[in-house]
Design a protein around this ligand. Sequence first.
Ligand SMILES: Nc1ncnc2c1ncn2[C@@H]1O[C@H](COP(=O)(O)OP(=O)(O)OP(=O)(O)O)[C@@H](O)[C@H]1O
Ligand SMILES: [Mg+2]
Length: 165
Amino acid sequence: MTNGTDTRGSVMELTDVVREYHVGGQAVRALDGISLALTGGEFASVVGPSGAGKSTLLHLLGALDSPDSGSIRFGGNEIGTLGDEQQSEFRRHQVGFIFQFFNLLPTMSAWENVAIPKLLDGVRMSKAKPEALALLDMVGLGNRTDHRPAELSGGQMQRVAVARA
Ligand SMILES: Nc1ncnc2c1ncn2[C@@H]1O[C@H](COP(=O)(O)OP(=O)(O)OP(=O)(O)O)[C@@H](O)[C@H]1O
Ligand SMILES: [Mg+2]
């Protein structure tokens, strides 16, 4: 929920979503007609055995991938068929990712890592930096803002990723 866009109450709606991978002439139908609705502000867990299609589903929800058929709508807009550039825009403005292995930029400080999505979006440093510092304060890292990822504990790195998301 970045860029001042309030997504609470927005709905992510999937209808008959199919995603099939093709490897060496073999087709794997990772998602076979999934339909579901998620409401902003809701906590949801995706649970299932290894290979069930959880990561495939999350990639689609985050516009990191596109379905072969079916519809994915967010706040009423179709995101399943966006082009590369529009997908990037959607990810920058509407989605936050917290990766299992953090994916922090190693040469940047904690506050720079948090500020980077804003800076990429053209927000001025004079605005992006105080916002990043405030976000780090919210996750209890107000005293680690200048540390690089390698100078933080695992839980602290994860909290930087939470602040960035
Ligand atoms: N890039 C790919 N190319 C071909 N097949 C893939 C690809 N990614 C995933 N698959 C196949 O699609 C199915 C779903 O994979 P996915 O990664 O979504 O599972 P998962 O539920 O996240 O599993 P895990 O719990 O092991 O992470 C699996 O059978 C997998 O082998
Ligand atoms: Mg997975």
